[in-house]
Design a protein around this ligand. Sequence first.
Ligand code: S3P
Length: 167
Amino acid sequence: MPIQRIYLVGFMGAGKSTVGRELALKLRWPFVDLDNEIERSEGLSVREIFDKFGEPRFRELERHHLGELSKRDRGVMALGGGTYMEKDNRKVIEETGIAVWLDVTFSQIQERVRPDGSRPLLSDIERAKRLYAERRSVYALAPIRIVTDARLPNEIAEDIIQRVAKL
Ligand code: S3P
């Protein structure tokens, strides 16, 4: 059975949404961004959900919406930076498609991501650096790792297509 769903995982600022859009265009598959799905259904931004209800509630919503996405016929799904950290989420991903880790250096993240407050877990840079280090071993569980540094989204998307085709 050919792969029907590609889940992009990786730290905040790895380019999951940008690359995901390119990839979906190339494959002529629908593109979905998990954070956007949550924001749309709740009528609140991620920041507001964290502020009003706390991170555990956000994780609950994330789990729920991932479950919904995984039932779609096919698609490229850009997940949040923390989605792949949950064992249950990894199970859903593994059972319904393939995880692709977009691996980016922390310095690239710092260059790319604006400190506009939209990502609560990036507001304290030292804490974010620790989180980045802690999470790497979990992202590494993804069957495909793509090093994204300084490459164009278009090239990365091509690379993903080739890697997935070889599976
Ligand atoms: C998070 C990443 C964010 C968003 C939320 C939590 C994380 O998504 O889901 O702020 O835990 O790394 P992006 O990776 O799309 O920024």
